[in-house]
Write a protein that binds this ligand. Structure first.
Ligand code: TMP
Ligand code: ASP
Length: 266
C-alpha cells in the first residue's frame, strides 16, 4: 500500500515514542506522522512483548474507524493512511486524560468493584483516567480533573458527551462486524483554535471486542488485547480476524474506504 508520497520520517523528526506508536514531525507544522508498532505492553508496561502484524492491523482499523466516525459528524485528528503502519494526523495537543466507556463489565471495573465479568451495563459507565505512567494512570473524577487543571469543567462535559455519542456509533460499527463492543478507551486533543478532536487510535488495543457466535450461553470469544494481557489465546490470529472483519464491512459501499495517499489539508 505505501504510496510514493509516503513521507520517510528521519530519527531527528521523532517527537515522541509511546508504547505502541511513534509520532514524527512533518514538513507541515500542522501535521504529524504516526507510525504504529508491533510492540505490546500491559499493566503499565510490567508485561512486554510483541504481536506480529499489530501495527498494520491497528493502523488500518483506526483509519477506517476515524473515517467512519468522521462520516457521523465526529471531528478526529485523522487525515490519511499513507502506508500499512503509517497515518498522517492533525498536530493536536493531547489532553492528559483517557476516557473509557463500558457497555459490559470487564477488566479493571470488575477488579475495582468486585463485579462479576460480563454483566450488561445500560446506560453505559463513563470513566476518566489521568494519563500519568508514574502514578499508574489513576481513575479521576471531574473534580480531580478540575483540581489538577487537566481540562476545564466545560471540556470534561464535552468529552463525556462526545465519548457516549462515539460509543453509539462504534457499537453499530462493531455489531456489523459481529462483535460486541464491551468497553473502549479514547484520547482527545485540542487543535490550535481550542476545538476538541478525537485522537490517538481505536483498535483491538483500545477496545474489548467479544464474539458471541457460540451463543450467549457459552463463553464469548475474545478478539482484543486481553488475548495478550491475560494469555487467553493467540493475539496474532485475533488481531488478523478483527482486521478481516473490518475490511469485509468497509469493502465497497457498505462503509466507505479510508483515503490512502495525499489528501488536501485545511
Ligand atoms: P480496563 O478495564 O483495563 O480499565 O480497560 C478499559 C478499556 O480501556 C479496555 O477496552 C482497554 C482500554 N485500555 C487502553 O486502551 N489502554 C490502557 O492503558 C488500559 C489500561 C485500558
Ligand atoms: N497501556 C497499558 C500499558 O501501559 C497497556 C494496556 O493494558 O492496554 O502497558
Amino acid at each position: 500500500m505505501p504510496s510514493s508520497s509516503t513521507p520517510t520520517p528521519s530519527p531527528q523528526d521523532l517527537l515522541y515514542e509511546g508504547k505502541a506508536k511513534c509520532i514524527y514531525r512533518t514538513p507541515d507544522p500542522q501535521v504529524y506522522l504516526c507510525r504504529y508498532k508491533d510492540d505490546a505492553t500491559a499493566f503499565n508496561a510490567q508485561k512486554r512483548g510483541s504481536i506480529a502484524g499489530k501495527g498494520e492491523v491497528n493502523c488500518t482499523v483506526s483509519s477506517h474507524l476515524f473515517q467512519y466516525l468522521g462520516q457521523q459528524g465526529i471531528r478526529t485528528h485523522f487525515l490519511a493512511q499513507t502506508g500499512p503502519t503509517e497515518m498522517l494526523v492533525r498536530a493536536v495537543t493531547i489532553l492528559p486524560l483517557e476516557v473509557v466507556v463500558r457497555n459490559r463489565s470487564a477488566g479493571s471495573l470488575c477488579r475495582r468493584l468486585g463485579l462479576e465479568r460480563g454483566l450488561p451495563i445500560d446506560p453505559p459507565v463513563l470513566e476518566f483516567y489521568y494519563k500519568n505512567d508514574a502514578l499508574g494512570d489513576p481513575l479521576v473524577t471531574p473534580d480531580h480533573i478540575r483540581l489538577l487543571k487537566l481540562a476545564t469543567p466545560e471540556q470534561v462535559e464535552q468529552l463525556g458527551s462526545l465519548a457516549l455519542t462515539i460509543n453509539r456509533h462504534l457499537q453499530v460499527f462493531w455489531q456489523t462486524c459481529h462483535l460486541e463492543l464491551v468497553d473502549f478507551k479514547l484520547e482527545f486533543g485540542l487543535n490550535p483554535d481550542g476545538a476538541i478532536l478525537l485522537a490517538d487510535e481505536i483498535s483491538p488495543d483500545t477496545c474489548r471486542l467479544w464474539d458471541w457466535s457460540g451463543g450467549q450461553a457459552s463463553e464469548p470469544q475474545v478478539l482484543d488485547k486481553d488475548l495478550f494481557r491475560f494469555d487467553l489465546g493467540d493475539p496474532v490470529a485475533g488481531y488478523q480476524e478483527v482486521l478481516q472483519r473490518v475490511l469485509q464491512v468497509v469493502a465497497p459501499a457498505k462503509l466507505s474506504q479510508p483515503q490512502v495517499g495525499p489528501m488536501p489539508i485545511h
